[in-house]
Design a protein around this ligand. Sequence first.
Ligand SMILES: [Zn+2]
Ligand SMILES: [Zn+2]
Length: 113
Amino acid sequence: MIVENDTAAAWVWPRCAVATTLTAAELSGLHMLRERVGAPPHTGVACELAAGHDQMHAAFVVADDGGDRWWWIRWSRQGRELSHLDICHHAHQPTGDDCLLPATHPGRHSFQM
Ligand SMILES: [Zn+2]
Ligand SMILES: [Zn+2]
């Protein structure tokens, strides 16, 4: 008989990882941000949500406002939207890991993947 301990495995969940590439217009908009931290990605970005999620794909692109405001590209077959979104307010107990996804994200929190 094989007994598997699945307490750890229960927290392992793949990310969606569908990729997109920012358009020239999106990139030029991001380059205009003030107090930008880092550079917008010129290659593809991958969806950071949990595999099998509802709603649009979402990937972090860059922060501005000295790092306090996070910009995300969200996309689906119906369209795409570049906007800054508040961060999810969930944290993992007892490790204290914060969820690093947008506040209204579907699916699992980042600390559950
Ligand atoms: Zn996705
Ligand atoms: Zn979350």
